[in-house]
Write a protein that binds this ligand. Sequence first.
Ligand code: 2BA
Length: 108
Amino acid sequence: MKLIIAIIQDEDAGEVISHLNEAEIQVTRLATKGGFLRSGNTTIMTGVDDEKVDEALKIIEENSKSRTQYATLPSSCGAMHGFILAPIEVKVGGATVFVLDVDQFHKF
Ligand code: 2BA
């Protein structure tokens, strides 16, 4: 068994989760925030048998879109001595995915 942890954008979460559920793959959804943009994203955790890993990854990949976002970071140059905010373009996603071996799985 594997544990798939996937960080996806909030906008894609509904589609990803409903397609996983249709494939009889159970999901736990967590509301998370990226450390860089500090904006909300969604982390899904799903425990799957080894033979279902590829199917789950395909569903996550196919339903997670890459998007451009803007982050405003302090700039070190300019008249305000570091207080001018410089928006930068950041490409986010589709999905950041970790696949971990599961040592034990219990439902008590
Ligand atoms: P954030 O940390 O908010 O990062 C959003 C996007 O900003 C990233 O997209 C990346 O394109 C860019 N970015 C992140 N750190 C950067 C930096 N130091 N300098 C320049 N650009 C930077 P993604 O790579 O698609 O990541 C989307 C979200 O996935 C991240 O949100 C974070 O929540 C998570 N993530 C990505 N890689 C991770 C990792 N190795 N471990 C844990 N979480 C990760």
